[in-house]
Design a protein around this ligand. Structure first.
Ligand code: TRH
Length: 363
């Protein structure tokens, strides 16, 4: 390890939901645990971090957990010392005085803008691009996570796949289907409930609080639990991040959303349905189709069509009546194809390791 890279600062502004802090927290922990770095995580909304990691006390200005120094990033930010590597997560805009501290450093920090995940081909061509600061002697680099070898890769902890495999080996056979339902309110939840209620198999749906619970409550009234035909829906508490990952491994089908739970559903090795985070200009639909192209490329045409139809129906609200029964009927073939696709991703280096190499080469 080059001594100049020991200290890392990660800045995270929580825009909405849990994905931004979910990604930053996983990255911070992995950089400490697997690479031996000293990491400070600056987060403007410690409550969001406390939700995914309950030992965190959101009232504290500074605390240490899992080897990471966690600071509440407030408007009165006064940190005079810049780290060796500075991660500006999702273009969150660093405090001006910190940028000046970076420029004043004898050895300029490696400044990374960690971007959102996309399967669109342009991510590979933009990955690693340099953007010189207009007035200061500093350069920011764009770091794109992604599915293609030429991108920054995906977050994946060491031994994660072995852990998932070990879990699968011990999973008891059970009747019916378990599904997790992590979605936004705009998902066609009413139609999903109607279709699952008519299933021949008993279906147990594990429902996180927040937007998923709001969406189901809007359809069925009350706060659950609910039994509708073959479908039982059980509200569950918001789980610590590692327990959420375990839930995805236990379920037969995972409905996930955003960015981080998508990646976890990939590693869980079970059929998944992804609701993408909506953008005003509908840019998310191109992103969804790019993902589907990659995800289904090696599938048999009928399987690829079924998966695409299900993802598109879940994201647009159209076509679920046809798409869902086919998706459920093909779930074993989908699971197989999903795992095969995931194996190709596992052959590639993970995001944290790639990032460490990226910084080591250039600092
Ligand atoms: O919460 P999200 O919708 O976050 C989104 C996306 O990241 C999106 O790209 C971003 O632009 C937007 O926020 C602002 O979905 P995501 O990305 O899956 O993040 C959820 C995190 O919450 C993930 O780290 C898993 C975690 N989680 C738990 O730890 N426990 C739980 O019980 C649940 C339901 C989630």
């Amino acid at each position: 390890m080059a001594p100049m890279q020991r200290n890392w600062d990660i800045f995270c502004r929580v825009i909405d939901n849990y994905g931004d802090i979910g990604v930053c927290w996983r990255l911070a922990c992995q950089l400490v645990r697997e690479h031996g770095f000293r990491v400070r995580l600056w987060v403007d909304e410690p409550h969001a971090l406390a939700a995914i990691c309950p030992p965190i006390d959101p009232a504290l200005a500074a605390q240490h957990h899992n080897g990471v120094d966690i600071y509440h990033w407030t408007a009165n930010f006064l940190e005079p010392t810049a780290a060796d590597v500075v991660i500006e997560a999702f273009a969150c805009e660093l405090p001006n005085n910190y940028v000046l501290a970076m420029a004043a450093s004898e050895r300029k920090p490696r400044w990374i803008n960690l971007e959102y995940l996309t399967a669109e081909p342009w991510a590979a061509s933009c990955h690693g691009l340099a953007s010189p600061h207009p007035t200061l002697a500093l350069t920011k680099y764009f770091y794109f996570p992604g599915f293609a070898a030429a991108t920054g890769g995906l977050l994946r902890e060491a031994n994660l796949i072995e852990t998932c495999q070990g879990f699968e080996d011990h999973q008891a056979a059970h009747d019916g289907l378990d599904i997790s339902l992590f979605c936004y309110e705009s998902a066609p939840v009413g139609k999903l409930i109607e279709l699952l209620a008519a299933s021949k198999l008993p279906i147990r749906c594990h429902l996180p609080p927040g937007k998923p619970l709001t969406a189901v409550s809007a359809c069925l009234g009350g706060n659950g639990p609910w039994q509708v035909g073959a479908l039982s829906i059980t509200p569950i508490p918001f789980l610590p991040q590692d327990e959420f990952d375990q839930l995805l491994r236990r379920c037969d089908i995972n409905f996930v959303r955003g960015e981080d739970s998508l990646v976890r559903a990939i590693w869980a090795g079970k059929p998944m349905v992804w609701q993408i985070y909506e953008q005003d200009d509908q840019a998310h639909l191109a992103k969804l189709l790019a993902f589907l192209d990659d995800y289904t490329r090696a599938m048999q045409p009928a399987l690829a069509a079924a998966v695409k139809a299900m993802f598109i129906a879940w994201n647009t609200g159209d076509g679920l009546h046809n798409a869902l029964p086919t998706f459920i009927a093909l779930r074993e073939e989908i699971a197989e194809a999903h795992k095969n696709w995931g194996k190709k991703l596992v052959d590639r280096s993970d995001l944290a390791s790639n990032l460490v190499k990226f910084c080591a080469n250039e600092i």
